[in-house]
Design a protein around this ligand. Structure first.
Ligand SMILES: [Zn+2]
Length: 130
């Protein structure tokens, strides 16, 4: 059981909404209804195009990211770390924390994919040098 800090009504718990249904006040500890797994995968594969920011509703920064190719990869890498840590927020400022799979699984998948990607890049580069 929890109460709205603004209007005092009783709120259902766990809630599917990050805001009070009566007054719209943000709930303490409220999280975004968006799925962290989807956001993380989008960031990993299409982060350079800002797709995870479009997903989060951060349209302005998404377009900037698209135009700068993810801040030359650095911005995307920072976003990915924020996502994995559960600190990435949606357009309303709520952390995207809801997760379909265990967080450890996402971390391991990302590490695995990164290694595969690195191997592909090094292999292609190696062939190019030879
Ligand atoms: Zn309220």
């Amino acid at each position: 059981m929890s109460f709205c800090e603004n209007c005092g009504i009783t709120l259902p718990y766990p809630s599917t909404s990050p805001q009070c249904p009566q007054c719209g006040y943000p709930r303490r500890g409220a999280t975004s209804p968006l799925n962290l797994s989807i956001a993380t995968v989008l960031c990993f594969f299409l982060g350079g195009l800002g797709v995870h920011r479009f997903y989060a509703g951060k349209i302005v920064t998404a377009i900037i990211m698209l135009l700068t190719l993810g801040g030359f990869g650095i911005w995307t890498a920072i976003d990915l770390i924020y996502l994995i840590c559960g600190k990435f927020t949606d357009s309303k400022g709520f952390p995207i924390n809801y997760i379909g799979a265990p967080r450890l699984a996402i971390v391991l998948i990302c590490i695995f994919l990164f290694i595969v990607l690195a191997l592909i890049v090094f292999t292609v580069y190696g062939i190019y040098v030879i």
